[in-house]
Each structure stands twice: as C-alpha cells, then as structure tokens.
Design a protein around this ligand. Structure first.
Ligand code: FAD
Ligand code: DHB
Length: 390
C-alpha cells in the first residue's frame, strides 16, 4: 500500500495530526499497536490550552468539547495553611483553560476519523520504520498473519515515550536530556462532584496533592507517592484519607469519597530528545519529550507539535515548499523547552523532594509566598499555565 504520510500511534497526537491532514486532502494512514478500546481506557490529562481547543474546532471536532468542556478562569495554590488563587483571566487579558479529559479528545478524534473513512490499523504489531534517511521511506507491520508494507513520503512518530520511532534513530544522531524526580503521582477517578469549583494544587509537608475534575459529576484526584508504591496497596479509603490530609481544610471537607473507577501510578520525569526530525521521520508529542504532569503540559505540548508539523506538511504538499518541515524541529523545541521549564519549576515548588531537604522546603515556601504577594510572579505562572503562544 502507498500513502503520502504514515503516522505511527493513534494517541491524541497521531489522531489530531491525522484529522488535520485528512481535512487538507493529505492521505495519511495511522498504525496503532493496541486496540481502540485500550487507547480509550487510559486515563491521562484533563486540562486543555486554548491552542488545542482551537485546533479541535478547526478540524471539525469541537462541538462536544464546546458543549461539555468546563472553562476555567483560575486555579488555586495551597501551602502552609494558606490558599492563593491564580486569576488566569485577570492576569492574562481574559485567557482561560478548558477542563475536558484526554479520553474525550481521543474519542472525538477517533469518531471523526471513522466518519472520514481515513485508514487506521489497530493492533498493528511489530511496526518497523525503514530508509527514513533516504527519499523513499517504508514501514512494515504484522497483521492478519502476514507482514504488511506501506510506502510513503514521510513517517511521523506519534507513538509515545516507549514507541518504536525514537528507538529507530541511531543513538549517535540523538541528544537526550533527562531528569528523573524519584517520585510519582497516584491518580484516582471517581463519579463524585469536584472538591472545589476550580483546581487546587496543594503543597504539603506530607507531599503534593491535586484536586482536579472531568465534569460536574466526575473528579480526578492525585497524591504524590514514592514510585515504588503499588496501586493494590492503596484502598480507596487510604487514598481519600491521605488526599484530605494534604488539602486545605475547607476543600478537604467538601471531598465526597466515592468508589474509584480507575487508579494508576505515573512516575515523574522530564525528558527531551533533540532534534525532532531525522530525514523523513519526525517525532511528535511524548515520542520526543516528556514533562512531569504538574501544570498539565504533556498533552498540550503534543498539540503544539502537531500544529507546527501539520502546517509544514501542508506547505510541502500545497505549495511545494520544504520550509515548514525544515523548521519543524527548531520551532517545536523552542516551545517545548519553555514548557519543560514551567513543568519542572512547578514540580520543584510543590513536591516533597527528599534530596532538597529542609532548606529546599523553605525555598518552596518562600517562592510560594512571593508568588502570593507579587502580581508579576503570579502573572508569570498564569501566562505559562494558559499556554505560551504557538
Ligand atoms: P500517547 O498518548 O502515549 O500515544 C501514543 C500511542 O502510540 C499509543 O496509543 C500507543 O499505544 C501507540 N504506540 C506505542 N508504541 C507503538 C508502536 N510500536 N507501534 C504502533 N503504535 C504504538 N499529561 C497531562 O497534561 N496531565 C496528566 O495528568 C497526565 N497524566 C499522564 C499519566 C500517564 C500514566 C502518562 C503516561 C502520561 C500522562 N500525561 C499527562 C501526559 C499526556 O497524557 C501525554 O503527553 C499525551 O498522551 C501525549 O500524547 P501522544 O499522542 O504523544 O502519546
Ligand atoms: C490534571 C492533571 C495535571 O497534571 C494537572 O496539572 C491538572 C489536572 C488532571 O488530570 O485533571
């Protein structure tokens, strides 16, 4: 089979890129290792920057998001018995974020793709990418008892941190930057009303906690735990007890401890691979970079990568210009590094990080106290949180 573009991975970045390309009349196939049901079962991000919302609208996938997404104009930072609200709208000239689950973004994109008739191969095993340093890359995978072959102009790796795309690049061609935090988030999803109208990020001597939500009747709560913890050891009761201890009292009192629908542990990591292009292979989203979740940048960064690459590919096919794809890696990385910085600084400010000790804890409190007393410092948090310009 021949397609203009072969996208590896049907997570949010692969599906969004596929949808934008389909609308532009560019023929892209998506190869996904898992089933559609499995992709939809992963509970991940929940806060969307307007850049992603605008892209969903522009590619015809914004209707449900506009109906059901919760527009948030602020969030709170709790520390040392105090709560400081970051007035996103007031500090950024009216900007906001939208609370809408990654699962729902993925579902909307999947449905649009199915309607468009564009090709998606689920349960494509053993994907291999060949000759991407030449003019004619090709991709193979195993399906229906045989090796299948796709010839294409470009391969786009949207296959996440553990995918095959980055692993296909010779080590000598990559520079990797990494920070492991030695800590993790335990997340719980439950059909209970949110603990507060807006998100609450809490720094506590027992560790970080975050009260988030998916809808007026569904909550997403997190507590910081050691990465060695096992989900099985955390009953719902144990989770809620620990969660409430770390929240401001007024918020803790409003937590309704309903049964969990899902619980999972994710280790915190910062990671960037440079560059994001190798001949005719591009890396997009988690395939090229990871942020720790504090500040909700992972999914949003995947979306800005898609924005730059989709524009470059359209230029290539519509205007016969390589300028956009040539600029992709540098343009995307400039924004990625700023989101890496924000996620790293929010993580360092809010978490119990043993190696920083008592001095580190005092630095956190001083920084939070400064943010609470300074409009300039609060503005810096707000403009990063709503998302830096594309
Ligand atoms: P992914 O969503 O990882 O999608 C990659 C896809 O590629 C998957 O469907 C995978 O099955 C497929 N794939 C992998 N290997 C292959 C292969 N060899 N062949 C074919 N297909 C393949 N971000 C936030 O902002 N807030 C959060 O709370 C948050 N929580 C997270 C929790 C966890 C456990 C993880 C892992 C991430 C979390 N993130 C969070 C980050 C956010 O979810 C990601 O940034 C986002 O999913 C990136 O999208 P993506 O499409 O690039 O990659
Ligand atoms: C969520 C995750 C985040 O990392 C964050 O900063 C805010 C919200 C969430 O899953 O709802």
């Amino acid at each position: 089979m021949r397609h203009q573009v072969c996208i590896v991975g049907a997570g949010p970045s692969g599906l969004l890129l596929g949808q934008i390309l389909a609308r532009a009349g560019i023929d892209a196939v998506i190869l996904e290792a898992r089933s559609a049901e499995h992709v939809l079962s992963r509970i991940r991000a929940g806060v969307l920057e307007t850049g992603l919302v605008d892209q969903m609208r522009a590619c015809g996938c914004g209707d449900r998001l506009d109906r059901e997404g919760l527009v948030h104009h602020g969030f709170s930072m709790a520390f040392d018995g105090r709560t400081h609200r970051i007035d996103l709208a007031g500090l950024t000239g009216g900007r906001s974020v939208v609370v809408y689950g990654q699962t729902e973004v993925t579902r909307d994109l999947m449905e649009a793709r199915a309607e468009s008739g564009a090709a998606t191969v689920y349960e494509a095993a053993s994907v291999e990418i060949h000759d991407f340093d030449g003019a004619k890359p090709w991709v193979t995978y195993w399906k229906n008892g045989a090796t299948q072959v796709i010839d294409c102009d470009f391969v786009v790796g949207c296959d996440g941190f553990h995918g095959v795309s980055r692993a296909s690049v010779p080590e000598t061609a990559l520079t990797l930057y990494e920070r492991i935090y030695g800590t993790a988030w335990l997340g719980l999803l439950a059909d209970v009303p949110p603990a507060d109208e807006e998100l609450v990020y809490a720094r506590h001597d027992r560790g970080f906690a975050l009260a988030s939500m998916r809808s007026p009747s569904r909550s997403r709560f997190y507590v910081q735990v050691p990465p060695t913890e096992r989900v099985e050891d955390w009953s719902d009761q144990r989770f809620y007890d620990e969660f409430r201890r770390r929240l401001p009292e007024a918020v803790a009192d409003r937590v309704v401890p309903g049964p969990s629908i899902e619980k999972s542990i994710a280790a915190l990591r910062s990671f960037v691979a440079e560059p994001l292009r190798f001949g005719r292979l591009f890396l997009v989203g988690d395939a090229g970079h990871i942020v720790p979740p504090t500040g909700a940048k992972g999914l949003n960064l995947a979306a800005s990568d898609v924005y730059y690459l989709a524009a470059g590919l359209r230029e290539y096919y519509e205007d016969r210009s390589s300028a956009g794809i040539d600029a992709y890696s540098a343009r995307a990385l400039a924004r990625i590094w700023k989101a890496e910085r924000f996620s790293w600084s929010m993580t360092a400010m809010m978490h119990l990080l043993p190696e920083t000790g008592a001095f580190g804890a005092r630095m956190q409190l001083a920084e939070l106290d400064y943010i609470a007393s300074s409009e300039a410092a609060s503005t810096a948090i707000a403009e990063n949180y709503v998302g830096l310009p594309y």
